[in-house]
Write a protein that binds this ligand. Structure first.
Ligand code: GP9
Ligand code: MN
Length: 424
């Protein structure tokens, strides 16, 4: 009902973080290239397997400040059963996925005020998604219409010959290579989302694509996890070279993110061996870090940013970089570059992380010393309440399809799904 909407609006408006004036609008009208790192957890960064870096290219983006990437090393995924689809929902709407199932599938006909539609309406962007699987997986071909995605280059646009396909679909190297002409042909400015696939459970890889040996824990999918991560890393380097050659690299916002974990708690024995420490419940929660790296034209230097943050924060951050007020929209995250960024990171199950304390499986910990806190303080209990309220309000938006009743500003035109068609 509209009362529910008022409660939601009051919450998101009070959580809202003012933009940082040094960042607000710096990237207005720039192309945005969003790169999905399938199943990529942050522990891979700088990890050495048998003395060898697994992801040397991504590591170079983290450490070489001349590349102007900022790496957030305390950034967490916030997905649940919707996996990739949850990451997509969160990172285009700043709404949570549902406690069960996938909102992409069950709420695919809801009204949304997603980033693509906002960019189109505010600054004339063309929105495109690229992915080497068929369009109906995760119900993408329905919900993308509600998001205002103009073009969806799904498997039907790519050469899906047997030797180019493994696991769920097209291998990442041919995927990026064949995407280039489509990307170059898009009207500018564009918002382009490249969804990779090869580094996906059970991490199958052809011999000729494996340029690092497997790990040797005896847990076969974990052992191959490093090989497909290396393949993804190489495919990215190839894509960056192609972007540079095409002239698209320098003047674009480029960001990379991990969608969700790749190694589940079913593999704790192998993971303990690889990390040299027991995978406790707290350690498991810490392992939900995924990378977030961003290059913004006009912002020099990059470096490592330690702010505690999550996928929910990406939409308001991008809006502010483009000079669009996030305050107008119903969004639960806050701008990463704002002085007022809210640095608690809710997980979908009601647990959360902050720099000082965390709640994992109902138990509070000192995040720094990793000790159990037997008697949680009032501050901790209050944050727990706050997290539960936030999740509940976000669920109300999806269950009640509340954005039907919300008008962001006087310029807003509701998205009409009939205007979109995908596939060839
Ligand atoms: C399928 C792909 C995988 O198209 O995006 O989704 P996931 O299994 O990771 O949710
Ligand atoms: Mn995924």
């Amino acid at each position: 009902s509209s009362d529910d909407l008022t409660e939601v609006e009051n919450y998101t408006k009070s959580k809202y973080a003012e933009p940082n004036p040094d960042y607000f609008g710096v990237a207005a009208g720039k192309n945005i290239i969003k790169i999905h790192l399938e199943s990529f957890q942050s522990f891979l960064i700088d990890y050495k397997l048998n003395g060898e870096e697994v992801t040397p290219f991504i590591n170079s983006l983290v450490h070489d400040s001349e590349q102007n990437f900022t790496y957030f090393d305390n950034f967490f995924h916030q997905t649940e059963q919707g996996k990739t689809a949850d990451a997509e929902l969160i990172m285009d709407n700043s709404l949570y996925g549902l406690p069960q199932g996938s909102a992409f599938v069950t709420k695919g006909n809801n009204t949304y005020q997603a980033l693509p539609a906002i960019l189109q309406q505010q600054q004339g962007y063309t929105n495109a998604v690229f992915h080497g699987d068929y369009k109906s997986f995760w119900n993408r071909d329905e919900i993308y219409k509600q998001f205002g995605i103009d073009e969806f280059y799904d498997a039907s646009y790519y050469d899906m010959d047997d030797d180019k396909v493994i696991g769920y679909g097209l291998k990442d190297k041919p995927f990026f290579a064949e995407s280039m002409p489509y990307l170059e042909s898009l009207p500018q400015p564009f918002y382009a989302h490249m969804i990779t696939l090869t580094h996906h459970h059970p991490y199958l890889i052809d011999d000729e694509d494996a340029t690092i040996g497997p790990a040797t824990t005896g847990d076969a999918s974990v052992d191959r996890y490093f090989q497909t991560a290396r393949y993804l890393d190489e495919s990215l380097e190839q894509f960056f070279n192609d972007l540079k050659a095409s002239g698209l690299y320098d003047d674009s916002v480029i960001f990379l993110y991990g969608d969700h974990y790749g190694v589940s708690t079913n593999h704790n024995r192998a993971m303990s061996e690889l990390l040299g420490e027991e995978v406790t419940k707290l350690k498991s929660a810490e392992l939900q870090r995924v990378p977030f790296l961003i290059k913004i034209p006009g912002i020099e230097g990059g470096g490592i940013n330690h702010e505690y943050a999550g996928q929910m924060d990406v939409v308001p951050t991008l809006l502010h970089l483009l000079g669009i007020e996030a305050r107008d929209y119903i969004q639960f995250g806050t701008d990463l570059f704002s002085e007022e960024h809210q640095d608690f990171v809710p997980f979908r199950n009601g647990d959360f992380m902050t720099e000082r304390f965390s709640r994992v499986d109902g138990v509070y910990y000192d995040t720094q010393t990793k000790e159990v806190i037997e008697e949680p303080t009032e501050e901790m209990e209050e944050l727990r309440e706050n997290v539960m309220q936030e999740l509940e309000l976000s669920d109300r938006v999806l269950y009640g399809d509340l954005l039907r009743f919300y008008t962001p500003n006087q310029n807003w035109t509701p998205v009409d799904p009939k205007n979109y068609r995908y596939g060839q």
